[in-house]
Design a protein around this ligand. Structure first.
Ligand code: NAG
Ligand code: NAG
Ligand code: NAG
Ligand code: NAG
Ligand code: NAG
Ligand code: NAG
Ligand code: NAG
Ligand code: NAG
Ligand code: NAG
Length: 468
């Protein structure tokens, strides 16, 4: 009671101040959540105080910062409004609540921080937004954690009934920079139907054994830039999807990624087109899959460039999607009633990979891969984990997992493939050698218009170059 009375008083005072002192557009206003009654002790909910500061801030004309001084701010869902930037300072942490009543009724609005239909919004300051994801672990498991799901309430079904961390839905001019996003209970940063989004100097950390803690999911959005990010998480790190409309112009540069799933994955939700994607200067370490396309629902992909990328991929527990492929380009109908999408004009330039499995390029009969180009690509194949190999992965849906000998590059349903300055190097440990077959494996009657220029495949030994 005392707190809300104090809040009401400070609110009144601030409204008076605002009416007297509207800042000029060049100097953004700045309101501290402390002045609106936030305790910042990590035990009491600061939701009302934070939301008041945001609402007042949004009423200013021009830009306005809502500042979080050092402290821990436990909160239910807070809604970011137009014109407001959250300035979470170094030493400050927003903690997402772990009770279902901390979140809105609709499960698709379960976020700790949510901006909906807002413009000129952002998050910065050098601090942290923490989803307390570990509180959602029912039992810890080296293979895959079992999560507490809120499905019992009937709000949603399955075991993915958990809140996301930060969401921007239908927003314009979004900037997220210099901030850490940690321990999401489910997906971390979700950008949905937005225009003009920049994500820069953002560090994402999710538990390596927690399922569905994706890094950044970009859905049905145009003109998105992601740069200088560090993503270390269990599930897909950067994941463009299309559900209700197309996705145009996504640029990702200067990032470092580690994941138990795919580092970059288009799909699998792919009901509309993807066009104009660039991925440059990216380091991918210890991941279950490197550069991936999982097109399953009829959307077409066109004009994608991957350049200057170092990849290391390995096997993990098979309950995680990925089969250690450095590059995985697949399109097939998810089920018998799905449409078939094509993938065209994809370039891989200056790529270097060390992996436990080969490259998989697989179109479908009515959804071909067209005009793929590999230029300056170094692929090193060796085995260092004990997981079973020898399986080709069409999941989700399609033909599932299929037993098949492993090649340096498997190709099917392709029209137009240009291989230029590509090296394959093979470790010569014979203990596992049985599972590898040919450097190149293609179903000849489905692959047309291929050219090889300066292609090499060679054995090598750890002790130096092989003599045979
Ligand atoms: C991030 O924010 C901190 C704290 O305000 C600041 O010291 C640092 O310079 C910022 N870093 C970048 C890259 O903006
Ligand atoms: C609810 O989630 C649990 C995992 O947390 C899962 O085992 C169970 O099958 C789910 N129940 C339903 C009805 O989806
Ligand atoms: C993105 O651009 C396409 C093509 O102009 C348009 O159809 C779509 O509505 C745009 N999406 C958004 C979220 O504005
Ligand atoms: C996106 O940004 C560009 C360049 O800053 C601007 O011209 C355009 O109007 C913005 N689009 C929207 C929808 O705000
Ligand atoms: C995508 O980027 C191109 C080139 O900058 C631009 O011409 C086009 O309008 C953009 N598409 C959308 C949907 O914004
Ligand atoms: C590549 O990205 C890294 C950060 O991951 C950065 O330090 C480096 O300067 C970038 N290189 C170039 C050529 O931009
Ligand atoms: C990839 O590795 C090479 C050789 O070690 C190095 O020169 C290059 O900078 C690395 N690139 C990235 C994006 O990490
Ligand atoms: C098949 O997949 C489509 C999307 O590609 C989906 O809309 C439909 O519900 C799925 N059908 C079945 C029977 O699962
Ligand atoms: C590929 O690498 C070469 C040599 O380092 C460089 O000159 C070229 O610009 C790179 N290509 C791209 C598309 O980045």
């Amino acid at each position: 009671m005392a707190a809300s009375l104090r809040q009401a008083t400070t609110l009144l005072v601030h409204f008076l101040i605002i009416s007297l002192l509207q800042p000029t557009p060049s100097t953004p206003a700045s309101l501290s959540v402390r002045d609106y009654g936030a305790a910042g002790d990590g035990c009491h909910y600061d939701t009302a105080a934070i939301q008041s500061a945001i609402d007042v801030c949004s009423a200013y004309s021009g830009r306005c910062l809502v500042t979080f001084p050092p402290g821990k701010y436990l909160t239910a869902t807070i809604r970011l409004r137009s014109g407001v930037v959250l300035d979470i300072q170094e030493g400050a942490k927003i903690l997402g609540g772990t009770r279902i009543r901390d979140y809105p009724r609709r499960s698709d609005r379960w976020y700790v921080v949510l901006a909906e239909g807002a413009s000129d919004v952002g998050i910065t300051g050098g601090g942290t937004i923490d989803g307390q994801g570990l509180e959602f672990v029912e039992s810890f498991d080296e293979r895959k954690n079992v999560m507490v799901s809120w499905n019992r309430t009937g709000a949603c079904s399955g075991d993915e009934c958990r809140p996301r961390l930060v969401g921007f839905i239908g927003c314009r001019n979004v900037r997220i920079w210099n901030i850490s996003l940690t321990e999401p209970a489910y997906w971390c940063l979700h950008i949905v139907r937005c225009q003009n989004t920049t994500v820069r100097d953002v560090s994402i950390y999710g538990d390596f054994n927690t399922p569905n803690n994706d890094g950044i999911d970009i859905e049905d959005s145009n003109n998105t830039i992601i740069e200088r990010c560090r993503i270390n998480t269990g599930d897909d790190a950067i994941c463009p999807k299309t559900y209700t409309g197309p996705l145009y112009n996504l640029t990702v540069t200067d990032c470092w990624i580690r994941t138990k799933s795919s580092a970059i994955k288009l799909g699998s939700a792919s009901l509309f087109d993807f066009k104009g994607l660039v991925f440059d200067n990216i380091t991918i370490v210890d991941s279950h899959r490197g550069l991936g396309f999982q097109i399953r629902d009829g959307g077409n992909v066109d004009d994608v460039t991957f350049s200057n990328i170092n990849i290391s991929t390995r096997y993990y527990d098979p309950s995680w999607w990925g089969r250690a492929e450095p590059i995985y380009v697949t399109t097939c109908p998810r089920n018998t009633s799905s449409r078939e999408g094509s993938i065209s004009n994809v370039r891989f330039i200056n790529i270097s990979a060390e992996s436990e499995n080969g490259v998989f390029l697989s179109g479908s009969e009515h959804g071909m891969l067209r005009n793929l180009r590999f230029s300056n690509v170094d692929l090193t194949y060796k085995r260092w984990t004990k997981y079973e190999g020898g399986l080709v992965d069409y999941r989700p849906g399609c033909r599932g997992l299929v037993k098949h000998s492993i090649a340096g590059m498997i190709m099917e349903n392709i029209r137009g493939l240009q291989i230029e300055n590509v090296n394959m190097r093979w470790a010569d440990e014979m203990s596992w050698g049985w599972e590898w077959d040919n450097p190149l494996d293609f179903r000849p009657s489905t692959v047309n218009d291929i050219s090889f220029f300066n292609f090499h495949s060679d054995l090598y030994s750890q002790r130096g170059r092989s003599t045979y």
